[in-house]
Design a protein around this ligand. Structure first.
Ligand SMILES: Nc1ncnc2c1ncn2[C@@H]1O[C@H](COP(=O)(O)OP(=O)(O)OP(=O)(O)O)[C@@H](O)[C@H]1O
Length: 296
């Protein structure tokens, strides 16, 4: 599902987030990515319990209990229509904006009960940013794409805004490419640059979690590689949950993977584990068939 239409500038609102954590759970001296062992695990930053979602009367997924570990990359994989995007949308309550969408079960993020009707969903969306399949920069200049969410959060001092914009564009590897044309329209950038700008737009608000819904699938192979490298580089600083149909990508960058599948008309979590285990020694026959390209 392309949820880009769901997001308004209002979704980029509200301050009050802790600084991103600095721990880097992965990556050895050679830069080779290694999956963490379960024994090394901190508590999950987010935990869903028996999470279920309906659109109207139609059940989409049911009873999903899934930990999402801090600083790690978790990949959601599975065939089209099994509810991966819908699951992502629950985590920052974008589901509130979908008519006749009903979510039940529990989502804990630290001490926060995410599904509590009383919590500030706008504040939550600042802590849990979302990146969509199709890059969706505002039809404004590059600079304004980043200044706008800052201004909405009360950061207006020009020097401070410029400093945050520069460091965030550095973070996403875009500074050198755009520093001489910050007033150019964002829509004039290439698809891959636009997607990195959208990631920067989420990062200026210092989120803890990034939800990435097939962030590379609309990009050419080179741009896709650049965005994938960026996601891998952000490991440890942000908790990332990525929906991808690209199993090779999941294997390259994720620490954990979760396989969703429609069974008896409803999406189910079939298996969750370290990415290495999911690909090399899956516990479920369906996972083995999926990762080996036999099913799905
Ligand atoms: N707003 C909506 N209203 C009603 N049904 C919806 C809505 N959004 C998605 N669906 C349906 O819910 C099911 C799950 O969709 P979802 O996009 O979550 O699956 P997905 O696994 O992410 O699929 P894909 O990999 O193709 O993006 C699909 O049958 C879809 O048609």
């Amino acid at each position: 599902m392309d949820g880009s239409a769901l997001v308004t500038s209002e979704d980029y609102t509200t301050l009050n987030t802790p600084e991103p954590i600095e721990t880097i759970p992965n990556g050895n001296a050679n830069g080779i990515h290694e999956s963490p062992q379960f024994s090394d695990l901190p508590h999950p930053l987010i935990q869903t319990e028996q999470l279920s979602l309906h659109y109207g009367e139609k059940p989409i997924f049911a009873d999903v209990t899934l930990p999402i570990h801090e600083g790690c990359i978790t990949a959601l994989v599975g065939p089209s229509g099994c509810g991966k995007t819908s699951f992502l949308s629950c985590l920052n309550r974008l589901t509130d904006l979908i008519p006749r969408c009903r979510v039940s079960g529990h989502i804990r993020m630290g001490l926060l009960n995410v599904l509590d009707a009383k919590i500030d969903a706008i504040a939550l969306r600042r802590r849990v940013g979302m990146i969509f399949q199709k890059p969706n920069p505002f039809p404004l200049s590059i600079w304004k794409n980043l200044a706008l969410p800052l201004r909405e959060h009360g950061i207006k001092n020009r020097e401070q805004v410029d400093q945050i914009i520069e460091s965030t564009l550095e973070d996403v590897g875009l500074w050198d490419e755009v520093k001489d044309r910050l007033n150019a329209p964002a829509l004039a950038l290439s698809g891959g640059q636009q997607q990195r700008l959208c990631i920067a737009r989420a990062l200026v608000l210092k989120p803890e979690v990034l939800l990435l819904d097939e962030p590379c699938s609309a990009l050419d192979p080179i741009s896709s590689g650049v965005v994938e490298d960026l996601i891998a580089r952000l490991r440890g600083r942000y908790t990332q949950l990525i929906v991808t149909h690209n199993l090779a990508q999941a294997r390259r960058i994720a620490d954990y993977a979760a396989l969703f599948w429609v069974q008896d008309g409803v999406g189910r979590l079939i298996e969750y584990g370290c990415v290495q285990q999911m690909f090399e020694a899956p516990q479920e026959a369906l996972t083995a068939a999926y990762v080996n390209g036999i099913r799905g």
